[in-house]
Design a protein around this ligand. Structure first.
Ligand SMILES: Nc1nc2c(ncn2[C@@H]2O[C@H](COP(=O)(O)OP(=O)(O)OP(=O)(O)O)[C@@H](O)[C@H]2O)c(=O)[nH]1
Ligand SMILES: [Mg+2]
Length: 299
């Protein structure tokens, strides 16, 4: 059996309302400035094709009601993220800072993160130094995020619009091509009462004790938070938690494996296993092992 799954990298565009997110995407797609977009209600998805790749770009509504409802879902499963900041917006620095750092917390640590000091064509903008200081941007050097960049942008003049896209798309492609699969060390399915239905260990003999300890730590401390935690790092592992209907999937992967890809792998395995569980009620280790081995990626 072979599962072939097409990955469409997700790029999430965040930033407060009126920062210029929709205008930026339009400029990127058409090369033109359009100045009369309505505020985005919910979110809009754009598809940008490049060679054989398809990037799904989600333009998130910046209003508070959207920020607090579904930003986290998109940001935590993206491969790239942009935070658009209107550099004439002196009055909302505290709110910008609060949301910028929430995004920093949600974004997978291997994803690329771009900060736009946008509307750079206007007079009376905050200087880069003022922005860095007010938003604590120097702290990004201590963040576990591997890749963060600041761009001074304008959708009116086109400043840095293409440059940022090239940086994002090239880095994401390079990353995905370098590591097309993920090493799943263990895999569990639990029912809605958190009782295990399937427990499979796929790691080599020499590391089984190390994994066992991590599983114990996870069960004691983190299992009760399963509804709120997408993933957690314990020692040399990252534990991913996914819920669908009445089932939970727990996935243990090596820490250096890319988190966003691990989540995709986990979901593929999870849905496959779930359909088997429903059909056969049991899933033997060999089936799961074959499933893990056979996940193939296409871009
Ligand atoms: N001068 C200037 N104006 C811009 C720029 N980018 C966007 N704008 C203007 O800023 C306003 C808001 O732009 P939008 O793109 O709708 O903002 P948004 O971030 O999508 O806002 P929400 O959808 O409400 O979250 C519009 O009047 C745009 O014309 C820019 O680079 N320079
Ligand atoms: Mg918009």
């Amino acid at each position: 059996m072979s599962i072939t799954k097409k990955i469409h990298p997700l790029i999430a565009i965040t930033g407060l309302e009126k920062a210029g997110k929709t205008t930026f995407i339009h400029r990127l797609k058409t090369g033109e400035f359009k100045g009369d977009f309505h505020p985005t209600v919910g979110f809009d998805l754009s598809i940008i094709k490049e060679d054989d790749y398809r990037f799904d770009v989600v333009d998130l509504g910046g209003h508070q009601s959207f920020r607090s409802t579904f930003w986290e879902n998109f940001v935590s499963s993206c491969q790239g993220c942009i935070f658009v900041f209107d550099r004439t917006d002196n009055d909302r620095m505290d709110i910008v800072k609060e949301w910028l750092w929430k995004v920093e917390e949600w974004i997978p640590k291997d994803a690329n993160f771009a900060f736009f000091a946008n509307k750079s064509d206007l007079d009376d903008t905050l200087s880069l130094e003022e922005i860095v200081e007010s938003l604590d941007l120097t702290k990004f050097s201590e963040s576990p995020l591997k890749s963060f960049r600041i761009f001074e942008t304008s959708s009116v003049s086109g400043q840095n619009v293409k440059e940022c896209w090239t940086w994002l798309s090239k880095s994401i492609r390079r990353r995905l091509e370098a590591k097309p699969s993920v090493n799943v060390c263990a895999f569990e399915i639990l029912d809605d009462r958190l009782e295990p239905l399937v427990e499979t260990v796929l790691i080599e003999e020499g590391r089984k004790a190390e994994l066992k300890e991590v599983q114990q730590v996870f069960r004691t401390h983190s299992l009760k938070m399963i509804d709120s935690l997408p993933s957690i790092s314990i020692d040399n592992f990252v534990v991913h938690m996914l819920k669908k209907g009445d089932y939970y999937a727990i996935l243990y992967v090596d820490k250096e494996d890319e988190q966003s890809i691990a989540r995709e792998t986990g979901l593929t395995l999870f849905f496959e296993t779930l359909s088997r569980l429903k059909r056969e009620l049991t899933v033997d280790d060999e089936v799961i092992k074959n499933m893990v081995d056979s996940v193939k990626w296409e871009f």
